[in-house]
Design a protein around this ligand. Structure first.
Ligand code: PLP
Length: 405
């Protein structure tokens, strides 16, 4: 196992200074920084073997196609999916959810049907379902959360009904850090034959994910939040669903035979991959996943657990600081507010100290409404962060307090 200095040396951006101060990057929930191997792989794609995939008979096209399909294999292993045909590349979590919402809506949804989401969802797991409900005359139902930021399971069981067609929940809340009890959620839905989609955008990068063991029907995530490039994402779907669902985009590559009278579709997974895919993104995403496997996902989870414990303890000791989200199971994300100091002011002053945090509603406005606030300061930590950096955050917050005293 690499030590923390070796790990940090793998991420070139962590060596830079912001306003003359060492960068302290605590906005990993928004996007993660990239290890050298991902940066190098991108250069390799464009200097060594770039050619459009699945289309050419020439050397470069073959090499790109092979690397792209190997990337699919890497994602399949990372998620422990059953088949590589169940791995669809998309533009990201948002792209994946919109795709499923469209296809599922077209195939299965009728007026009066219900879709269940939780109160903790990112807008990406709310709006596509609202759009689908509007199109199909269906109804969106919401599982409530309690004051600690945990979903109320008894209410979930109550909301599940013969009208429920799909449950779509996040693995972890980007705003509060809450980890959802996915096994219970999935088991209860399956007991009445309702499929479950999991938004893994804030879960996949924090430890082991096993879609076979979890038994979810769909699982989605974004490359840029797991140390890979932007513009690439994944949609895992069980084969039986992907076979039945219609494609969500039409175009090149996703077809079998095209005539003006009738078009037939390609086999899985290509049926859902219309047009030129972001193959450089997929190839570099695979490098990021390999990097994480190299560090060991259990090691990553342990490091982040300790960072969360330490940061929670240190931040809790600051007078006038309130943490939002105290669920028993959390990813290493802490949302907080300082008494009488607006989140933007806190964030802007921390920035001048080289500390990057996120402020605002975190694209999770309903969560903010639930607590009657208009946003928080969010520190989302990951394995390349250190306790020294957390100490600097605490010192920075104390300075913000003095400036506003
Ligand atoms: N879902 C969750 C829980 C998120 O945190 C995010 C982004 O922050 C998204 C979905 C959307 O991800 P993307 O913008 O990469 O599509």
């Amino acid at each position: 196992m690499k030590d923390i200095n070796e790990i940090r040396a793998d991420f070139p951006i962590l060596q830079r200074k912001i306003y003359g101060k060492p960068l302290i990057y605590f906005d990993n929930g928004a996007t993660t920084q990239k290890p050298r191997c991902v940066i190098d792989r991108q250069e390799e794609v464009f200097t060594e073997f770039n050619g459009n995939i699945h289309r050419g008979i020439h050397y470069l096209s073959d090499a790109s196609s092979e690397a792209f399909e190997n990337a699919r294999e890497t994602v399949k292993s990372f998620l422990n999916a059953g088949k590589k045909e169940e791995i669809i590349f998309t533009s990201g979590t948002t792209g994946s959810i919109n795709g499923i919402a469209f296809s599922f809506g077209e195939r299965y949804i009728n007026p009066g049907d219900e879709i269940l989401v939780s109160w903790l969802e990112h807008h990406a797991n709310i709006v596509p379902w609202q759009m689908m409900c509007e199109r199909k005359g269906a109804i969106l139902k919401v599982i409530p959360v309690d004051d600690s930021g945990e979903i109320v399971l008894s209410e979930y069981y109550r909301l599940l009904s013969p009208r429920t067609r799909l449950v779509s929940v996040t693995q972890a809340s980007n705003a509060l850090g809450t980890v959802l009890p996915l096994k219970e959620i999935i088991a209860a839905a399956h007991a009445i034959d309702v499929p479950v989609m999991v938004d893994g955008a804030q879960g996949v990068q924090h430890g082991n994910i096993d879609v076979t063991d979890l038994d979810c029907d769909f699982y989605v995530f974004s490359g840029h939040k797991i140390y890979g490039p932007n513009g690439i994402g994944v949609l895992f779907g069980k084969e039986k669903w992907l076979t039945e669902l219609p494609p969500f985009q039409g175009g090149g590559d996703m077809v079998d035979k095209v005539t003006f009278e009738k078009t037939t579709y390609n086999e899985l997974p290509f049926k859902f991959e219309a047009g030129t895919m972001n193959y450089p993104g997929a190839i570099c995403l695979a490098s990021a996943l390999d990097y994480l496997e190299g560090l060991g996902r259990e090691n990553i989870a342990a490091m982040e657990k300790e960072l969360l414990r330490y940061a929670t303890e240190r931040l809790s000791s600051i007078k006038g600081l309130k943490i939002y989200g105290n669920a028993k199971e959390k990813i290493s994300t802490i949302s907080f507010l300082l008494e009488k100091i607006h989140q933007y002011d806190t964030g802007m002053i921390l920035d001048k100290m080289g500390i990057a945090v996120r402020t605002g509603t975190h694209c999770a406005q309903p969560v903010m409404d639930r607590y009657g606030i208009d946003g928080t300061v969010r520190a989302s930590l990951c394995f390349y962060n250190t306790k020294d950096e957390i100490d600097s955050l605490v010192a920075g917050i104390e300075r913000v307090k003095i400036m506003f005293a």
